[in-house]
Structures are given as structure tokens and as C-alpha cells.
Design a protein around this ligand. Structure first.
Ligand SMILES: C[S@@+](CC[C@H](N)C(=O)[O-])C[C@H]1O[C@@H](n2cnc3c(N)ncnc32)[C@H](O)[C@@H]1O
Length: 357
């Protein structure tokens, strides 16, 4: 996609687009309540539509509440009104049925919404000023294990949705060179590592992550009966003095480097170089905003940068691929394989180490 492509929002009637932004947070909540109250489902299952009184009766809402929501759905393009009957539109159907839209909406509501109020402070200070809405930690990754069930569900659904598809497609490339040992940095709940163990019965994996996430990984690995092939290694890579374990044929980082600033990424890449065995490969799976297959995907990726700024850590983002390739070069890595669209907008960069700064 060309970087000069205009956002689909810019192609809307400009006066509508501006007001959609001005009222965005309220319309967002109305859309979510239309979904969670069952109104969208009701209208989706009854294509002939219902009037406002019937909607109120069938969803146990007051007529006042139903009218407020239905009229909001109307101006937001989720509903249409004809002969006094509300019917669901394609947009409303996407809010109701589309898995990605549902996951994005839950993530924005449960993880980002209240934190978003502190975005300006976060950007001025380079700190995740909105994180205090969820708990008292310096990054969300340190607190994830302690977040409420609802926040955790929405965070993990968002994380897994965007990784799962690309994992399947990345496996043949990562195992093309038959690594006997692989370090999964930021391995989270162990989903990639478990897939690796199934894909290649001889590979041994080490997952490096923060202790809270490794507790979840431990459960998944023991349930899969793979404790003899997967080792857990706790460490906080924000600390530049924390090394990675060494001697690996392959290092895998999926949706990991976007959790760090450019300076931090450089130190992580330098430590990765030391962790690789001679001839080993570093594989980086990321979503770069300039490599997205369409403008909808780019919208989601750039929106996710706002989560990093306001809630996650206050200093990272979804990067332009040129920034990552430059940092790889500074750390002495050369990209030997570069493929886009492995998952919904995922790029796999596979690199070898030739020496560096
Ligand atoms: C966005 S998740 C990606 C998880 C997984 N690799 C995937 O693709 O679905 C980032 C992971 O990096 C880990 N992480 C974040 N900061 C870290 C740090 N400072 N040290 C070690 N791991 C960290 C998080 O705990 C989390 O598991």
C-alpha cells in the first residue's frame, strides 16, 4: 500500500467525519451498548425490523433508553429507519457479528477507554499515564497477571487474534533451517512454543518473559505434556543488564519489539545477537503501519499505537518497517527473508548476524 494513500475517514463527507470524531467516545459507547444490550442481535435476527416501543419491550429497556440508543445507532450508520421500523445495516451487522470488530471493541472498552483520557499526559511525559486506571504498575506487562478477568480476557483475545493466524504461516519459514533450539522472547502464554513442539518433535524451546506471564505459560505447557521440551526463563528485558540465555539456533519475537522504544529495541537486538549460536537466525513477526494490506488494517495498527502510548508503556508503537530494519542493521543483523501478510498485516523478517555497533 502506498504511504500517500488517504485514510477512508478522509474520504467521508468532511463535516460528518469531523463530528464523528467530536462525538466519537459517546458514539463508541452507544455502539457497544447497542451490541451488549441485545438490540443489534434482535434487529439482526428480524430483518423486517421493529419500532422503538417493540425494541424496548423485547430487550427489557425503558422506551427512553431504547430511543436514545436507536437514534445514536441511526446517526452512526448502524441502523436505518423506514416506516417507523429500525433495521440493522451492514455496519451494525459488523459490530454485532464480525469477530475482529468485536475483539477490537472489547479491547478498546476494557483496556483502553478510561486510560485514553490520559493520552495527552502520557505523550508529554513518555509514560503510560492511563495505566493507573487499571492498576499501579510501570508497564501493563508487569500487571497483566493481576488485572481483572474482564481486562485479561479482552487483552488476551486481542493479542491472540492477531498472532494466531500468522503463527501457522510462519512455522514453515522458521523451521526451514531445522533449528534444534529456539528462544521465544516474550512468549506470553506459550501459544507459539506449543505450535513449534507439534510442528517439529525434536525442537527444544525456551520461553523468556516476565514472571506473571510465565505462570500462565507453565499451566498451558504442563496441560500439553510438554514440560520436558519447554523451559521457562524469567527476566525483565527493560533492564539492559539482563542477558538472554544463550546458544540458540533460532530466536523468535512475535509482537514483542513493539512493546519497546527504539533505544530499548537496539539493546534487545544486541542481546539477541549474543544469544544466537553461530549461524543462527533471528525471526521477527510484527505489524508495521506502512506494510498493511488495506486501509482498514492500517487504521487498526495505528490505533494500537495509541494503546501503547496511553496504557501499555508510554514509549512504544507500531513502527514503520524502515525503522526496524535500520535498528537491525545497527545491531549487526542482515535481513535475509522479508515477507508481508503472513497474518492480518503481519511481516516476518528473518535475519542473520554479521557483526554490529
Ligand atoms: C504483545 S505480547 C506478544 C505475545 C506473543 N509473543 C504473541 O505474539 O502473541 C508481548 C509479550 O512481551 C512480554 N514482555 C513485555 N515487556 C517485557 C519485558 N520487559 N521483559 C520480558 N518480556 C516482556 C509480555 O509479557 C508479553 O507476553
Amino acid at each position: 500500500m502506498s504511504e500517500s494513500t488517504r485514510s477512508p475517514v478522509a474520504k467521508m463527507d468532511p463535516t460528518v467525519a469531523a463530528q464523528a470524531l467530536a462525538f466519537g467516545p459517546l458514539i463508541f459507547q452507544a455502539a457497544r451498548v447497542l451490541r451488549d444490550s441485545g438490540i443489534l442481535e434482535l434487529l439482526d435476527e428480524h430483518p423486517a425490523g421493529y419500532d422503538d416501543v417493540e425494541v424496548a419491550k423485547r430487550t427489557s429497556m425503558s422506551v427512553y433508553s431504547a430511543r436514545v440508543l436507536l437514534e445514536a445507532g441511526l446517526v452512526a450508520g448502524m441502523l436505518e429507519l423506514e416506516d417507523n421500523r429500525y433495521r440493522v445495516t451492514v455496519v451494525g451487522r459488523l459490530i454485532q457479528r464480525d469477530r475482529m470488530t468485536r475483539i477490537n471493541m472489547d479491547f478498546v472498552h476494557d483496556v483502553c477507554y478510561q486510560a485514553g483520557f490520559h493520552l495527552e499526559e502520557a505523550l508529554r511525559e513518555g509514560k503510560p499515564a492511563g495505566l493507573k486506571e487499571l492498576g499501579d504498575w510501570s508497564t501493563i506487562y508487569e500487571g497483566l497477571a493481576e488485572c481483572s478477568e474482564q481486562v485479561r480476557d479482552s487483552w488476551f483475545s486481542f493479542d491472540h487474534y492477531y498472532s494466531d493466524i500468522s503463527f501457522r504461516r510462519a512455522l514453515p519459514e522458521v523451521f526451514r533451517h531445522k533449528p534444534r533450539s529456539l528462544l521465544d522472547v516474550g512468549g506470553n502464554t506459550g501459544r507459539w512454543s506449543l505450535q513449534c513442539c507439534k510442528y517439529d518433535p525434536d525442537v527444544r524451546i525456551t520461553i523468556m518473559d516476565l514472571p506473571g506471564q510465565l505462570d500462565d505459560a507453565r499451566v498451558a505447557i504442563e496441560e500439553a505434556g510438554l514440560a520436558d521440551r519447554v523451559t521457562l526463563h524469567a527476566g525483565n528485558l527493560l533492564d539492559p543488564d539482563v542477558p538472554m540465555p544463550t546458544g540458540f539456533d533460532a530466536i523468535w519475537m512475535s509482537q514483542f519489539l513493539d512493546c519497546f522504544s527504539e533505544e530499548q529495541i537496539l539493546t534487545i537486538l544486541q542481546r539477541s545477537a549474543k544469544a544466537l549460536a553461530p549461524g543462527g537466525r533471528l525471526h521477527i513477526l510484527e505489524t508495521y503501519w506502512n506494510r498493511q494490506p488495506n486501509e482498514t488494517a492500517r487504521y487498526c495498527v495505528v490505533g494500537t499505537s495509541l494503546y501503547f502510548a496511553a496504557v501499555a508503556n508510554g514509549n512504544s508503537k507500531m513502527y514503520h518497517s524502515d525503522r526496524m530494519i535500520e535498528l537491525l542493521g545497527r545491531a549487526g543483523f542482515r535481513t535475509v527473508h522479508d515477507v508481508d501478510n503472513l497474518g492480518p498485516g503481519h511481516t516476518l523478517l528473518s535475519c542473520v548476524h554479521d557483526g554490529g555497533e
